[in-house]
Design a protein around this ligand. Structure first.
Ligand code: ARG
Length: 463
C-alpha cells in the first residue's frame, strides 16, 4: 500500500514522502518555471508524434494538445499554482494536465523521460537567448557604425599603456569595437548552429522501445536533426557552456568599452558627453554626473564569467549519463543571459546617445608628443637615416620640447637643427595630427580613407 504523501509520479516504489529539507534541496520549480513555454512546446511535439506513430490514439493526442494549451495560458496569465512538492516544471505541468484532461495525461510520458525533456527544454531556452544576443549585438554594431561614420576623420589620441602613443581617428576607435562585437556575433551564430540537435526521444538514457519518430519531433521544435547518441543527448550541456563562453567574451568586450567611457567622460578627459538618460547624479555633490550604466556594464562580466566557471565545475566530474547535479545548470545561465541582454541594451543606448567632443579630442590628439613617430619616420624617409638613429634624434627633440614645456611642432627650425643640421621646414608637415593620421594608409590603419573603407565593408556585411 502506498503512503498518500508519496509522490504521485513514482509513489509506487515509495512508502513515505520526502523530508522537508529533501524537498527544499531537490525542488527546482522556483527557477525552472522559466522553462514553462519550452516544456509545453516539447510536450506538444511529443504528443503529436506519439499519435502520428500510432503509439497513442488521436483522441488522446487531441486531449493533450488542448489541455497543454490550457495549462500554457494559465501560466502566461499568472493563474497557475506552482507546487514545490511537484519538484519541477515538468511534473507541475503534467500534474495540472491530469487535472484538466484526466486519463489521457497519463500517456504523455510514453517513450520519454524527464532527462530528455529537460535537455530539450533548456536547449530551446538557450537557443532563444542566442537569438536575442544576436539581435542585441547587431543593434550595437549598427550604433557604433553611426558613430564611426560621423567622426571618421576626427582625430584623438591613441594610447598604449594608457600613455599617449599616436594620433588615431575616432572612427577607427569605434570600428575596433565593431570588429570585437562582430567576432562575438560569429561566436553566437556558431554556437547556435552546433547546438541545434534535438535531445527529445533519447528518453532516460538509452532510447526507447516504442517506435517513435525523432525526425518529426526535431523538426516540430525547429531543430536541424535529432541528436545521434542518446547517452550524449541527455548529458550534454555544452550548448549552455558555449553560450556562457561566448557571453563571457562579449561581456569582457563590453567591459573594456565601458571602462573607456568611464575614463572619457571624466572631467580630466572630456572626450565624450554621456546622455542624462544613461547617467545618474550624486545625492551630495551637485556637480556630479556619474557614468553608472557604464560602470555596471563593466561589472557584469564578473557574474557572467562566474556562471561559466560554475557550470564547468558542475559538469567536469559527472559520469554518463544524467545526474541530478545537472539541475544546477539553470540558475547561472538564466542570470548570465538576463545580464548580458541588459548590458548589451544599455551599451546600445549609451552609444546612440553619446556625443563625442570633437575639439577636446583634437586638442588631446596633439598633446604628449603624439607625432614623434611621424618625425622619426620623416628622418628615415627624407634624410635616409636608419630608423634606430632617427629614433635617437627624435628622442633628443622630445627631451628638448619637454625641457621647454612645449609640444614638438612648437620647436623652432633652429632648435631642431641644433639636434640635427639637415632637418628642414618640411618636417612641420608631418608634425600635425591630421597629416599623421592621413599618412597611416596601410590596410586596417587609422587613415580616414581606410576607416571609411571598413565602414563600407561592414555595412555590406550587415545588409
Ligand atoms: N528538474 C530536473 C533537472 O532540472 C529534471 C530532470 C530530472 N531527472 C531525474 N532523473 N531526476 O535536471
Amino acid at each position: 500500500m502506498t503512503d498518500t504523501t508519496s509522490n504521485q509520479m513514482w509513489g509506487g516504489r515509495f512508502a513515505a514522502g520526502p523530508d522537508a529539507i529533501m524537498e527544499a534541496i531537490n525542488a527546482s520549480i522556483g527557477f525552472d518555471k522559466r522553462l514553462a513555454a519550452q516544456d509545453i512546446a516539447g510536450s506538444r511535439a511529443h504528443a503529436a508524434m506519439l499519435a502520428a506513430t500510432g503509439i497513442i490514439s488521436d483522441s488522446d493526442a487531441e486531449a493533450m494538445r488542448e489541455g497543454l494549451l490550457t495549462v500554457l495560458s494559465e501560466i502566461e496569465e499568472g493563474r497557475f499554482e506552482f507546487s514545490t512538492a511537484l519538484e519541477d516544471i515538468h511534473m507541475n505541468v503534467e500534474a495540472r494536465l491530469k487535472e484538466v484532461v484526466g486519463e489521457p495525461a497519463g500517456r504523455l510520458h510514453t517513450g520519454r523521460s524527464r532527462n530528455d525533456q529537460v535537455a530539450t527544454d533548456f536547449k530551446l531556452w538557450v537557443r532563444d537567448q542566442l537569438d536575442a544576443a544576436e539581435a542585441g549585438l547587431l543593434s550595437l554594431i549598427r550604433a557604433l557604425l553611426v558613430q564611426a561614420e560621423a567622426g571618421a576623420d576626427w582625430v584623438m589620441p591613441g594610447f598604449t599603456h594608457l600613455q599617449t602613443a599616436q594620433p588615431v581617428t575616432w572612427g577607427h576607435h569605434m570600428m575596433a569595437y565593431v570588429e570585437m562585437f562582430g567576432r562575438d556575433l560569429g561566436r553566437v551564430r556558431d554556437a547556435r548552429e552546433r547546438m541545434n540537435e534535438c535531445p527529445l526521444g533519447a528518453a532516460a538514457l538509452a532510447g526507447t522501445s516504442f517506435p517513435i519518430d525523432r525526425e518529426m519531433t526535431a523538426k516540430a521544435l525547429g531543430f536541424d536533426r535529432p541528436a545521434a547518441n542518446s547517452l550524449d543527448a541527455v548529458s550534454d550541456r555544452d550548448f549552455a557552456l558555449e553560450f556562457l563562453g561566448a557571453a563571457s567574451i562579449c561581456a569582457m568586450h563590453l567591459s573594456r568599452f565601458a571602462e573607456e567611457l568611464v575614463i572619457w567622460s571624466s572631467a580630466q578627459f572630456r572626450f565624450v558627453a554621456l546622455s542624462d538618460r544613461f547617467s545618474t547624479g550624486s545625492s551630495i555633490m551637485p556637480q556630479k554626473k556619474n557614468p553608472d550604466a557604464a560602470e555596471l556594464i563593466r561589472a557584469k562580466v564578473g557574474r557572467i564569467f562566474g556562471a561559466n566557471v560554475a557550470l564547468m565545475m558542475v559538469m567536469k566530474g559527472l559520469p554518463l549519463a544524467y545526474s541530478k547535479d545537472m539541475q544546477e545548470d539553470k540558475e547561472q545561465v538564466f542570470d548570465a543571459a538576463d545580464n548580458l541582454m541588459l548590458a548589451l541594451a544599455a551599451m546600445d543606448g549609451m552609444v546612440r546617445d553619446m556625443v563625442p567632443q570633437r575639439a577636446a579630442l583634437e586638442a588631446a590628439a596633439g598633446a604628449g608628443f603624439s607625432t614623434a613617430t611621424d618625425l622619426a619616420d620623416w628622418l628615415v624617409r627624407v634624410l635616409g637615416m636608419p630608423f634606430r638613429e632617427a629614433h635617437h634624434v627624435t628622442g633628443s627633440l622630445v627631451a628638448m620640447a619637454e625641457r621647454k614645456g612645449c609640444d614638438l611642432p612648437e620647436l623652432s627650425l633652429e632648435e631642431m637643427q641644433s639636434v640635427h643640421g639637415e632637418i628642414d621646414a618640411s618636417v612641420y608637415d608631418v608634425l600635425g595630427v591630421h597629416n599623421s593620421v592621413a599618412s597611416r594608409m596601410s590596410y586596417g590603419g587609422t587613415a580616414p580613407e581606410q576607416v571609411r573603407a571598413q565602414i563600407a565593408r561592414w555595412k555590406e556585411i550587415l545588409e
